[in-house]
Structure formats: structure tokens, C-alpha cells
Write a protein that binds this ligand. Sequence first.
Ligand code: MTE
Length: 324
Amino acid sequence: MWIRKNRGWELKDSALTPEHVFRNRRRFLMGAAGAAFAPMLLACEKKAAAESDMTPDPSAGLYPVKRNEKYTIDRDLTAEGDATTYNNYYEFGTSKDISAAAQALPIRPWAITIDGLVDKPQTIDFDDLLKQMALEERNYRHRCVEAWSMAVPWSGFPLADLVKLAQPQSGAKFLRFESFMNAEVAPGQDDPIYPWPYIEGLTLAEATNELAFVVTGIYGKALPKQNGAPFRIALPWKYGFKSAKGIQRITFTDEQPVGLWQALQSSEYGFYANVNPAFSHPRWSQESERVLGSGERVPTQLFNGYGEYVAGLYPDLNDRNFFY
Ligand code: MTE
């Protein structure tokens, strides 16, 4: 994604003792004073995080759910251990190794607010929402803009069902997804270079496409925190950054939302971000992808292989605006 470089006027991190260093131990460890103890205490933190993860998830009994055989894929599923330990979740850091840190996020109670241009604005408890929805499992490909990919069995329900619940007004053209904001537990949110919270958006037509999926589980279990629990979306024809994790608010609007990556680097990350091997990222080719687990390189497909479902949404396949 976007690589942080200090600009001339910025002090190096090592020269700073920011206010947040005092706020909790994790961030204290990142300060120079804590460096000597960091490995030992981080190990304790990881253990504590793993233990907190053993608290039973109230939705655990709902899974596994019945697989919808319509959504199958042409490659082996990624091993669960790979998909749940190689993550992008910048709220918890810029590395892929954030699964332990993500356990600090409290995910109960979790309220989801639906607002904006809808007839039924509401704030609904996540577990109450689950009770209203028919859950199913779908095997989807996932293609990150960084040119790696995986194939996973997500559990959840069509995003179109949530749109139905909200009853959009005629002026609603877009959905804006806003992820949680909690810098006390998510140290990445203390980095002011990123315009938090994580925002993403879709057109209403994209959100009601049958592929757009609200994800609440994976591999026949409740979704782990590092993969976006309790509520994320999966949009398999788009680059992975469009599939926001840890969502708490969905706003129906007449304005095209500006996502976090687009706000940060609009020349590299656009609104549509549909997968297309013909349009390179400004810093790398999108012609092929590294398969998580095997490391094999395979050719990337237009719309990540989902053209039959979504190509009709985009009038001009030669228009770069749709493909970055
Ligand atoms: N959502 C939030 N809130 N924060 C993030 O950093 N990263 C995105 C997307 N959703 C991201 C996010 C990117 S770049 C990818 S590839 C996927 O989440 C990764 O999902 P995974 O960790 O479940 O594989």
C-alpha cells in the first residue's frame, strides 16, 4: 500500500516522546526507554492477547453455516493459518503480523449505525442484526492491491439485505463505510499521517450487486478480530482495500465517499478500484499475483474473475478511473 517516508520537516520517530507513549504499556514499549524490556513484555502481551481471545464469542454457536454452492472458486482454499495471520489492518500497525495486537479490540457490545438518506435510520446491536439475517458460506477469491491473493470461505449475508433493512431514499447514490475509532487499543490510529477512521465507499448499484457480502465468519467459525470482526465486507471483484473491516457506521449519501487510501494518495488509490491486470499500479504491475501459502505466481484476471456478475456496472473497460 502506501509506504511511509519522513518528509524533511518531520522529526524521526526515534527523536520524539509523544504524549501517547504515556498512555499505555504497548506504546511505552515503543519508546526508547522501554526498548530493553520490549521483547519480554511484548511476549507477555501476546500471551495475554491470546488468552483474551479464548473468551467465547456469543455468535460462535451460529457457525458453520450452509455453503452457497453458487460461489465456488477455481483454486485451493488458503490454509486457515495463513489467512488469519497474514493481515492488512493498519489500525494495528503497518506489518502483516498484527493478529496478536488486534486481540485488544473490544468487539462486544458492537453497535452498527445506519444513517443518512434512508427511511429507516437505526443503530442496531451486532448480535441482534445477526438474528435477523440468513447466514450462508461463500468461497471467494480476494486480491490485494499489493499483488497477493487468497481464497477463503467467508460466512455472512448479502449486503443487499442490509440495504433493504435501511430502505434507501431516492437521493441515495452511495454507501460510506466507517470503521471503528479507538486509538487506546489500536496504536496505528495514533499515526497522524493516516486520515482515520478507515473509510471506504460503494455505489448503491455495487452494494446491491449479489456478490457484495457482509462478512461475520470465516472457515466455519465466527470472524477473528484480525480479519475484521465482528463486521466487515467482502467485495471479491475489487482490490482488497475496498473491503473495510471493523465497520461501525454505514451512511447512505448522494456524495461519492473518499476512502482513507484515496485521501492519502489519490494518484494511486481511487474510488472504484476494480481488479484489472491491464492497469498497473504506479509503483508495480498488476498482471500477476502471489498466492498466499504456496507463493506461486498466477495471472490476475479482469474483475478478479467475477466479470459475469459485475462487468455491466462499468460502462468503459478502458477507463482507468474504474481500475485503481
Ligand atoms: N479495513 C480496515 N479497517 N483497515 C485496514 O487496514 N486493510 C484492507 C482491507 N480492509 C484494511 C481494511 C486491505 S489493504 C486488505 S488487503 C484487506 O482488508 C485484508 O483483509 P484480511 O486481513 O482479512 O486479509
